[in-house]
Design a protein around this ligand. Structure first.
Ligand code: BMA
Length: 385
């Protein structure tokens, strides 16, 4: 009898331990165990927000658009819909050498102001980093073999690489809201690594090297007191057919908060439309599954169709490709406008602007219940418990 009671008590203990650990697992905590309170709250609120829909994002949204630059309060999305995007993308490229402007010419002083403005009104900021090649000093697209090895501990460029991370760390620690708190950032380093165009891409980097690079970066930022980052793992659509392909370079649950991919539509022909729709649909399925299994968030971190040359890209192509999967956001790339630096020079933009031929389709997209823009997201109070 005594023994039986002991067994029953032990059984109750075991059951309660298990249920405690299940409860703990359902309270989502970011990869950085010392994340600031606002970062933790944002992370948890993003799990709730995705039940309501997905946020729309735009790169460099407040800095410039088609035919304008640096007009305070302006955004092409706002010109078209009367509302701002909910997610705002920025890039750290050129902070490596402490330059005044990022790789697309946005002064970091202005970028900082935009990031803070976004936080103050309850929007979400995300950063990519087109980091120069530390081995050659050329740009991010210089995918010289051996670059990742050169920046890892023991490599010839390790100290230089750390000094670049220092510059980014110092910058992240200057981003503060009017409440005096550090602005939480969705940080998406080493993006599109399944392609072959950046120095961290898989054609010149092994899974072990990539994981080491990622972990080093996260641990280094933490050691520098940077605790306002949520980490976004990001592939390209290139070379990702299956979940195993997607996960091949995954550094581990303790280093990642969100899983994502980038994909662009490459042409108007039926076959290109179908390819974009099918690939996006398949990849959204993969990130949704991974997010569910690993208790993470997911997003389409970059997408678009340059110049949006047909009437129903938003309400049909993109909408159908996403379907009813629960992702946090979709971000379209920047509205540079006329790009004289490419051959042949042409208009380079991914969001509509006032007067765009198919802006009506975007307004319909804006009105869909599942797309979330700034006004709606402001009501979520993403930085408050
Ligand atoms: C590319 C283009 C380039 C830009 C780069 C980094 O897709 O928009 O003009 O320099 O992204 O933002």
């Amino acid at each position: 009898m005594k023994n039986n009671i002991a067994i029953i008590i032990a059984g109750i203990f075991l059951v309660s331990c298990k249920s405690t650990s299940q409860t703990t697992a359902s309270v989502q905590l970011p990869a950085d165990k010392n994340a600031t309170p606002e970062t933790v709250v944002l992370y948890q609120n993003l799990f709730k927000a995705r039940e309501k829909g997905y946020m729309f994002g735009h790169q460099d949204a407040l800095a410039y658009g088609v035919n304008w630059r640096y007009e305070e309060g302006r955004s092409d999305i706002k010109d078209v819909t009367g509302d701002y995007p909910a997610v705002y993308g920025w890039d750290l490229g050129r902070i490596e050498n402490k330059e005044d402007k990022d790789l697309d010419g946005v002064p970091f002083s202005k970028q900082k102001h935009f990031v803070e403005t976004v936080y103050n009104r309850g929007g979400v900021n995300t950063f990519s980093w087109h980091m120069n090649n530390p081995l050659t000093g050329k740009d991010a697209w210089n995918n010289e073999p051996g670059t990742v090895a050169s920046v890892l501990p023991g490599g010839a460029k390790h100290e230089l690489f750390k000094s670049w991370l220092d510059n980014a760390a110092a910058y992240f620690l200057t981003l503060k809201g009017k409440d005096g708190k550090l602005v939480p950032i969705l940080f998406r380093p080493y993006h599109e690594f399944t392609g072959n165009w950046f120095w961290w891409c898989k054609n010149t980097t092994t899974p072990e090297q990539f994981k080491a690079l990622w972990k080093f970066t996260v641990n280094y930022f933490e050691s520098k007191g940077v605790h306002n980052l949520l980490y976004v793992y990001n592939t390209s659509d290139a070379n990702v057919q299956t979940k195993a392909d997607f996960m091949e370079y995954y550094p581990g649950d303790e280093y990642v908060d969100m899983v994502s991919f980038d994909i662009y539509q490459g042409g108007e022909e039926a076959e290109k439309r179908e390819k974009f729709a099918a690939d996006t649909h398949r990849l959204v399925g993969i990130i949704d599954e991974v997010a569910t299994e690993h208790h993470k968030l997911s997003s389409i971190a970059e997408t678009g169709f340059e110049q949006i040359p047909y009437a129903t890209w938003w309400t049909e192509t993109l909408t159908n490709a996403i379907g009813n999967r629960k992702i946090s956001y979709v971000l379209v790339w920047r509205n540079h406008g006329w790009n004289e630096y490419v051959n042949p020079p042409h208009m380079h933009y991914y969001a509509p602007y006032k007067g765009h031929k198919y802006e009506a389709d975007f307004i319909k997209y804006y009105k869909q219940p599942e797309t979330l823009f700034q006004k709606e997201v402001t009501k979520f109070n993403l930085y408050k418990k």
